[in-house]
Design a binder for this molecule. Structure first.
Ligand code: GDP
Ligand code: MG
Length: 253
């Protein structure tokens, strides 16, 4: 069994991607299953075979403990640690070959607190990986792209798993914009030029420092452009997953 966490900033397209990529893998005759780990998502664009909301619902916690939305979400995330074993049993009960795990909308609550690392370690004992979504619409701006590189490498250090970078929502971008984002990952000079020319008031030294740090982070950032509307890029991403997880064979032989 292989388990892939879908991570990215709020609204980057995690749940939509989980829905569409699950269907894509089914179409390719893979025994795939979608898991929802977001205790706050009342409506999901896919049928979650295993759903954290069977155990924890944010709106109930808010009512029971008189909390606001953020307090409710924080408590929900703290409670997740107690049900990792239940979720693992639920997942294993389905005996899938590949599992897509949709993670909480607010990534920082999940990934940058202990629960993210605990789940990465203890949610079943399968082979695991991470797909990190760069929100395509937001990452057109080179500074936002840089921020996402920092976030992606923070995730990488936290989860210590093979990680695939994806640019999401490419159907909302012009093709030259997608090419430009990809070029930034291939040649940091181009990223530096984009920052210098587009970010006013940003002095050259700071941008050079940032690029230097990014170069030193050592994460392979080559991002794969995908669209959950048109399925663009799914073939390539699928091939990359297979290359890393199965040496090229299918998940479901
Ligand atoms: N056009 C387009 N919209 C998308 C795509 N992926 C997600 N969205 C939209 O982006 C918004 C946030 O998506 P969602 O999957 O809920 O993001 P999440 O918070 O990361 O789970 C929704 O309105 C989606 O319909 C995509 O590939 N193309
Ligand atoms: Mg979501």
């Amino acid at each position: 069994m292989n388990l892939v966490f879908i991570l990215g900033t709020a609204g980057s397209g995690k749940s939509t991607f989980t829905a569409k990529f699950t269907r894509y893998l089914e179409f390719n005759r893979e025994d795939v299953m979608a898991v929802n780990l977001d205790p706050g998502s009342i409506i999901l664009p896919y049928a979650a075979n295993v759903n954290i909301r069977d155990y924890i619902k944010v709106e109930e916690l808010m009512e029971d403990y008189g909390l606001g939305p953020n307090g409710g979400l924080m408590l929900a995330h703290d409670m997740m640690a107690e049900i990792v074993e239940d979720l693992s049993n639920d997942i294993e009960g389905f005996t899938p070959d590949v599992v897509l795990v949709d993670t909480p909308g607010q990534m920082e609550l999940f990934a940058f607190r202990n629960i993210g690392a605990q789940i990465a370690q203890n949610l079943t004992d399968s082979e695991k990986g991470v797909i990190y979504l760069f929100d395509g619409v937001i990452c057109k701006d080179p500074l936002n792209y840089v921020m996402n590189m920092f976030l992606a490498s923070a995730i990488n250090t936290r989860f210590l798993l093979p990680q695939f970078q994806v640019i999401s929502k490419t159907d909302l971008l012009e093709s030259y914009e997608v090419e430009e984002i990809v070029s930034w990952s291939e040649d940091s000079m181009l990223l530096e030029q984009a920052i210098d020319s587009r970010v006013t008031g940003m002095n050259r030294t700071i941008s050079q420092d940032m690029i230097e740090v990014i170069n030193r982070l050592g994460v392979d950032f080559a991002p794969i452009p995908v669209s959950s509307t048109t399925n663009e890029g799914f073939n390539y991403l699928y091939a990359e997953l297979l290359r890393v997880f199965t040496d090229g064979g299918k998940f479901t032989p």
